[in-house]
Design a protein around this ligand. Structure first.
Ligand SMILES: Nc1ncnc2c1ncn2[C@@H]1O[C@H](COP(=O)(O)OP(=O)(O)OP(=O)(O)O)[C@@H](O)[C@H]1O
Ligand SMILES: [Mg+2]
Length: 251
């Protein structure tokens, strides 16, 4: 019996290759054309999210270890609608939605990257395929929007923000304290805390005074009061940012 080695000429293989080339030519296909680049499908939710994110934070990435861990926790807890036993033949339907979960209090000096990490977390959750209905607002803007004005139902506006599946409340404590501001913040955080709705809160203030701090340095408790601080400590994991002011570094 004749034994062929792979290196020997293989007429059957050559004939096959010639036939294949002829078929491809018949159909106008060039077998030697370079492969088309693999164009990934755009993620519509991510593109829509990008447009709502301030320009400065559109490339933000949640690379702080505590923030990245939080993103994983929230992404893992996200569930798809119908993922229970109601309709097993059809499997789970739709994209996974952000469910309940813990919140984060990102605190530290100005320019250390808190807001950037918060937007990075929103981007990461969207990129992870979670359906994220989110809203981001600076505390001072929220108080402005909540002022009664004709033609706007501010109660409805507040209700919508309070129930948002994912909320970024930026710069808590930066607005001038007032009873009214405190009431809005309290209503927002009390409801979200009680319902375990994931919330990212940033602030320049340390949550409470420690022994090493200057006794004149204000803390978040001084800015928002005991009742709000109590809600925050119940619902949030504090994450300290103590890096340099990146705005100065960039300048
Ligand atoms: N890891 C990073 N890589 C590149 N740029 C960064 C990074 N972190 C922050 N920045 C940039 O530094 C600037 C300050 O960041 P950011 O606004 O997040 O600070 P902040 O802690 O929220 O400050 P503030 O307390 O004043 O609100 C922004 O322009 C931001 O894009
Ligand atoms: Mg900020």
């Amino acid at each position: 019996m004749t034994r062929y080695r792979l290196a020997d000429p293989q007429p059957a293989f050559d004939r096959l290759q010639a036939r294949l080339a002829a078929r491809l030519t018949e159909r106008g296909i060039d077998a030697n054309a370079p492969a088309l680049p693999d164009t990934p499908e755009p993620i519509p939710a991510l593109e829509a999210a990008q447009r709502r994110i301030p320009y400065d934070y559109r490339e933000a990435f949640a690379d702080h270890p505590a923030v990245a861990t939080w993103v994983r926790t929230i992404a893992e807890a996200a569930t798809a609608p119908n993922a229970d036993d109601h309709n097993p033949h059809w499997g789970s339907g739709g994209r996974r939605m952000i469910a309940r979960g813990p919140s984060l209090l990102l605190w530290g000096n100005t320019g250390a990257g808190k807001t950037r990490q918060a937007y990075g977390a929103i981007r990461s959750l969207t990129a992870a395929g979670c359906a994220v209905r989110w809203h981001a607002v600076k505390a001072v803007d929220l108080f402005g929007q909540m002022r009664q004005r004709s033609g706007v139902d501010v109660e409805w506006l507040l209700r919508d923000i309070v129930r948002m599946p994912l909320l970024l409340l930026d710069d808590l404590g930066a607005a001038k304290s007032s009873e009214w501001n405190e009431e809005i913040t309290f209503r927002l955080l009390a409801w979200r805390g009680e319902n375990h709705l994931p919330t990212l809160i940033t602030t320049n203030y340390a949550p409470v005074r420690t022994e090493v701090m200057d006794k004149h340095q204000p803390v978040l408790r001084d800015k928002v009061g005991d009742r709000i601080l109590s809600r925050l400590s119940g619902m949030c994991t504090p994450v300290h940012f103590d890096g340099p002011d990146r705005r100065f570094l960039r300048a």
